[in-house]
Design a protein around this ligand. Structure first.
Ligand SMILES: [Zn+2]
Length: 393
């Protein structure tokens, strides 16, 4: 298999290529070429240089999407979650098509430090550990401190200087008042650190209610789980958060589905689907969901009447653009993170898009991260009708 940074990879005979870009979800191309783990060409087979490849994947007419991005996870260290005493959950999610995860805080660490020097040390350690180790090849952006009372501007500068780029969900720590959150969000933003706020009722003992007024005052970059984690705000408050702010509208698997559909509907009504991003909010009390992103895509597409190709863009290009990530779009120069999908065996849908719009899950046939094959037929999704093959095997 190709190692990132060295070999040339060609994926040819793509039946449907989803770009990740909501403005143009489907590309008129059937071949992707990658070198050194990055996409160097996208086009029709006759128009791209696919010679000299060390690995050629024949997609067999199946579908390629940018690797799915889970915008909201709670990792701890390695591929272990103490929340449900589970090992291998990130690798399992990779088998669900996920190639990148964004931490909303390493909150499940047993004995998680809440003093300021301790929480900073944990964030820096988590950031380092996950940059050095990718379970299943998945890129986990971690090191997301949970802000606490008493933090000052210098703390945010220290975190940024040390390589921290995210805050954990505001509201999971002691900071639950709008004015205090707003100050910390502003300091984080000043030093290039992105922010997310918990939205809705308490998720687990120890977290609290964050309502519309607090979310609006805090003005974090991402309205984290706008559909609650699980307990959602009243629908009129969700409407206001969509219509009266410009921040990202994050819908998660471990939330309230009625509220999720409401948020989607409002975002569409106001013509701002590009603000909608998807996550799981796992691991959590509800466990881990290896197919969580695929499930949210099918839920929003089928019950929310969203075109399937658009739903895939919410989980890829939208998240990339909002969070400033390199991955998430099929474009020259981007990392070659791809999820190869097909319609599930015996779905009533005649095409993969129709099957998703009917509520069935797409089936993963292969996952590629940085130009390297990470899994073939998924061990978790329903089996695909057609599988890609590696030529010469
Ligand atoms: Zn939360």
């Amino acid at each position: 298999m190709a190692e990132a940074g060295t070999d040339k990879l060609v994926v040819r005979n793509i039946g449907l290529l989803i770009s990740g870009d909501l403005a143009r979800p489907i590309l008129d191309a059937d071949t992707i070429v990658a070198e050194g783990g990055r996409i160097v060409a996208v086009g029709k087979a006759a128009d791209v240089d696919s010679g000299g490849a060390s690995v050629v994947v024949d997609a067999k007419g199946t579908t390629v999407t940018p690797g799915l991005i889970d915008s909201h996870v709670h990792p701890v260290f390695g591929d272990w979650t103490p929340r449900q005493s589970q090992l291998g959950w990130i690798d399992s999610c990779m088998n669900g098509g996920v190639t990148m995860m964004v931490s909303a805080g390493e909150v499940h660490l047993p004995g998680r430090p809440k003093d300021i020097v301790g929480l900073k040390a944990l964030a820096i350690t988590a950031q380092r550990a996950f940059s050095n180790f990718r379970p299943g090849g998945v890129k986990v952006l971690a090191g997301a401190p949970i802000v606490e009372h008493g933090m000052v501007e210098q703390d945010f500068k220290d975190l940024a200087d040390a390589g921290v780029t995210l805050l954990g969900e505001i509201g999971l720590g002691g900071v639950k008042q709008g004015y205090e959150a707003r100050q910390m969000v502003a300091w984080a933003r000043k030093y290039g650190i992105g922010s997310t706020i918990h939205t809705g009722g308490p998720s687990i003992p120890g977290s609290g209610l964050i309502d519309r007024d607090v979310v609006m005052e805090a003005d974090a970059d991402v309205i984290g789980h706008i559909n609650g984690g699980h307990t959602a705000l009243p629908l009129d408050q969700i409407r206001d958060l969509c219509a009266d702010t410009t921040r990202a509208i994050e819908i998660v698997h471990n939330g309230n589905e009625k509220a999720a559909l409401h948020a989607l509907r409002i975002a569409r009504e106001i013509g701002q689907l590009e603000r909608v991003i998807l996550g799981t909010d796992a691991p959590a009390g509800s466990g881990v969901q290896p197919l969580g992103i695929l499930r949210v895509i099918s839920m929003l597409s089928s019950l929310g009447d969203l075109k399937a190709e658009q739903a895939f863009c919410l989980a890829t290009g939208n998240t990339a653009k909002i969070r400033g990530l390199e991955a998430g779009l099929i474009e020259v120069g981007r990392p070659c993170d791809l999820t190869l999908l097909d319609r599930a065996q015996h779905t009533a849908g005649r095409t993969i898009l129709e099957s998703v719009e009917m509520g069935d899950l797409a089936s993963v046939g292969m996952v590629i991260i940085d130009g390297r094959i990470r899994c073939r037929r998924s061990r978790n999704t329903p089996p695909a009708t057609t599988l890609p093959v590696v030529e010469g095997e």
